[in-house]
Design a protein around this ligand. Structure first.
Ligand SMILES: [Zn+2]
Length: 144
C-alpha cells in the first residue's frame, strides 16, 4: 500500500523532469517534500525496481554516485525536420516519410539516446534536422 503510493509519487517526479539524473538522496528528499516518507533503503529499492522494469536508466556518474533517469524512449517522440539550405524554409517530415519509416527512426533514436544515458549524459533534444534543397529550390533553373 505504502510502496504503491511511493512508486506513484516517484514516477510523477521523474516524469515531470525527464532530463534529470536523480541520485537516491535527491529522490528521497523530493519524495519527503511531496509528503511521502521514505528512508534511503526504500528509495533505493523503488528506483532499482523501476530500473529493472525498464522505466528508468541506471548509471554511475564521475563521483561514482548511482543515478537514475527516465528512459529516453519514454520521452517525446522524435521530430524530424527538413531545412532548405537555400531559402531556409523548414518543413516537418513525419507525414512525408510515413508512419512506418517515422517509427523506425524514432526507435533508432531512442536506442541512441539510451546509450548516451547509460554513459551518464542527459540528452533532451528530440529533434532531428536534415538539410538540403527543398523541391522548389531544386527545380528553380535560375539557381545553381
Ligand atoms: Zn528552398
Amino acid at each position: 500500500m505504502r510502496a504503491t503510493r511511493a512508486t506513484k509519487a516517484l514516477l510523477a517526479l521523474v516524469e515531470s523532469q525527464p532530463g534529470v539524473q536523480w541520485s537516491v538522496a535527491e529522490v528521497q528528499a523530493r519524495l519527503q517534500k511531496m509528503g511521502v516518507e521514505v528512508n534511503r533503503v526504500t528509495s533505493y529499492r523503488l528506483l532499482d525496481r523501476l530500473a529493472a522494469a525498464g522505466k528508468l536508466v541506471k548509471s554511475v556518474d564521475a563521483e561514482r554516485l548511482t543515478r537514475y533517469a527516465l528512459r529516453a524512449d519514454a520521452q517525446e517522440p522524435l521530430q524530424v525536420r527538413y531545412e532548405c539550405t537555400d531559402c531556409h524554409s523548414v518543413q516537418s517530415l513525419e507525414e512525408r516519410a510515413g508512419d512506418a519509416a517515422t517509427a523506425r527512426v524514432n526507435q533508432a533514436m531512442a536506442q541512441y539516446l539510451q546509450v548516451l544515458q547509460e554513459q551518464g549524459l542527459a540528452p533532451e533534444q528530440t529533434e532531428l534536422r536534415l538539410q538540403g534543397l527543398c523541391a522548389d529550390c531544386k527545380h528553380d533553373p535560375d539557381k545553381s
